[in-house]
Design a protein around this ligand. Sequence first.
Ligand code: C2E
Ligand code: CA
Ligand code: CA
Length: 729
Amino acid sequence: MSEPLNVLMVEDSETDAMLVIHELRRGGFNPIWQRVQTAQELHTALNSSTWDAIISDYRLPGFNAFMALKIAKQSQKDIPFILVSGTIGEVSAVEMMKAGAHDYVMKDNLNRLPVAVRRELRDAQVRAERKQAQNLLQTLASNIPGMIYSFVYHLNGSFDFEYISLGCLDLLELTPDEVLENASLCFAQIHIDDRAGFGVAAKQSAQTLSPFFYEWRLATPSGKLKWVQASARSECRENGDIVWHGVLLDVSDRKQAQELIIHNALHDPLTDLPNRTLLVERLELAINRAKRVDTYLYAVLFLDLDRFKVINDSLGHLAGDQLLKTIAQKLKTHLREVDLVARIGGDEFVILLEDISGIEKAIQITERIMTDFQTALILNDSEVVISTSIGIVLGTKDYSHASDLLRDADIAMYRAKAQDRNSYKIFDIEMHTQAVNRLTLETDIRKALEREEFVIYYQPIVDILGDAYGGQSQGVSRESGRESQMQAVRLIGFEALVRWQHPTRGFILPGEFIPIAEETGLIVQIDRWMFYTACQQLATWKTKFTNDLPLKISINLSAQDIRQARLLEDIDQTLAKTGLEGDFLAIEITESMLIENISKTIDLLTQLKARKIQITIDDFGSGYSSLNYLHRLPADNLKIDRSFVNQMQEGNRNYQVVSTIIALSNQLGLVVIAEGIETSQQLQWLQQLGCKFGQGYLFSEPLSHETAEALVASKTVYLSSDEYGEQMS
Ligand code: C2E
Ligand code: CA
Ligand code: CA
């Protein structure tokens, strides 16, 4: 089977043409052919059919192979062009080949022609396929996001791109030609901070011939900053050149999303300040640096806003949020770039002062912040003055953990707050010891509640006017035999006072644990227990002695208790369980507790009164001495603080105060109880001033329930008439 071949002949001689055809047939072809002799004919033939090969004579009348070749090239059809001639020399033949002819066969050697044609057909096909593949690659490359490239690093240290796709226009804002001509244009765009990393990654890939993978920032000619990612396969050529084939992608969007995620993980959403995680990272850097660099000092400031909750509750959460944002901004203005302010809790901020000269610097900044805070802020059209308590820790080599720094700064802040709002304290080791003690105490209190280590002591409250003033109290019992030395006063009730029978520390008075119990909220459980147990005790006494025993028990409540929504419910339950009526009870609350939320407290007190429970205002005069709102309070009794009683001297200021309180109370119908009466002189004055009830060591210390019971049985408390009378216990 012979091979079909469309052959176009540029030949003036019919005979020569037939010779060629003959030769092709002999070589296994089945040629279909056309012969042309002029440029015009050649044009027409090229345009009207497809040709597998052009076989051209060298010289024709008015035409020649050079011209024919030129026309063939212009047609862009890449048809094999074979010269057949007997007349040209070597030189011309070479010229022709240079101009793009594919082969040259001598007329006297025509039997070589089929071989030449066959080879050229094959080559043309290879060329066609390659071209197709290249076109495909171009199409692909221009449709892929990013840029495809082959980059060569030559053994002699020079480098260039062998291939670069059109993507470079978009990505690098350079044309492929510009890049091919000068590869360093690309490298000039690498962000200055990423160059070292890029170099390391490239070197590593070159040395180990491992894939190159790297992300970096580009600064493009138009001034854009882009994140790009390169991934390329590397290979080493025989000549030692290293080539990377790969793609470069614009990953700015992904990077931005990632950065946002990272940012969000490290910042507080409300103020956009660093959060605790970021703070801890930075503290750890500071800790490590302090260990390495002798001269490096830093400080940590722990800020807690005073009374933020009140502002939040009264002005609303939106205003509260706004306030926190404003404060975040304010704090920043006092810091340098290197410092850091973080928000680590509702109203808690922590500042890290980097590289300071000493504690004075930290104090200076603290004082500046505090002064700045004195300027009122406008929130919701109202002026708000906010103050803050600040704890300061000087970072030294001794710190190894961020948590320790924060703990100590926190301790110091608490100290500042406890001492005086709007103040600061510098942490010292003594504070730490105390804090540890407090912490143990807190856990111990919890255990004490479980193990029922609390007990109640009962301090008698007595009627000090009694018969002597023709008082309303009947049945004052005086044992006639002892009248000369001992006076007897009628017992009207007890104040229930908590004691802690600690398994190792022994008997602990409330002063040592009540403040912590209040801070931790444990006081609520303690007082609930006290209330129940005291009621139970009184109920027992009532059944044991007479059912109309005229004794009251007075129980202390703290601020935490009256904030509890279920206080009344608890009280009702206790009354129901013990079968006690409210009128055998009094509740003692202090003035400061009243003031905190006066309308709400009045509400609560009214509810208590509805249950016939009496209200006693405790420690009166010690705090706000607000005689002016006394009449608004639904109170029954008023306890004059023992500091006044203690320091009374005839006619002195305390004496005057006590006198006024008693007079005013009597007018308002409040019963006055003087506490802390230690001497008969004090008693005498109080009696003169018309104080009805008294309580104090002169009559009795707080008593265990057994001792108290003995007293209940006798209904009377005896006291000595000596200055420092013997006390009953
Ligand atoms: P307070 O309510 O003012 O209780 C009176 C305190 O004065 C008691 O101290 C009592 O022992 C003491 N005292 C009584 N007579 C005299 C005296 O003649 N001279 C002197 N110098 N002191 C006298 P205590 O029992 O140590 O209680 C201290 C405070 O602890 C109480 O002060 C009260 O505020 C609080 N407290 C005690 N028990 C409870 C409780 O069950 N719940 C709550 N929330 N607080 C309690
Ligand atoms: Ca009290
Ligand atoms: Ca008191």
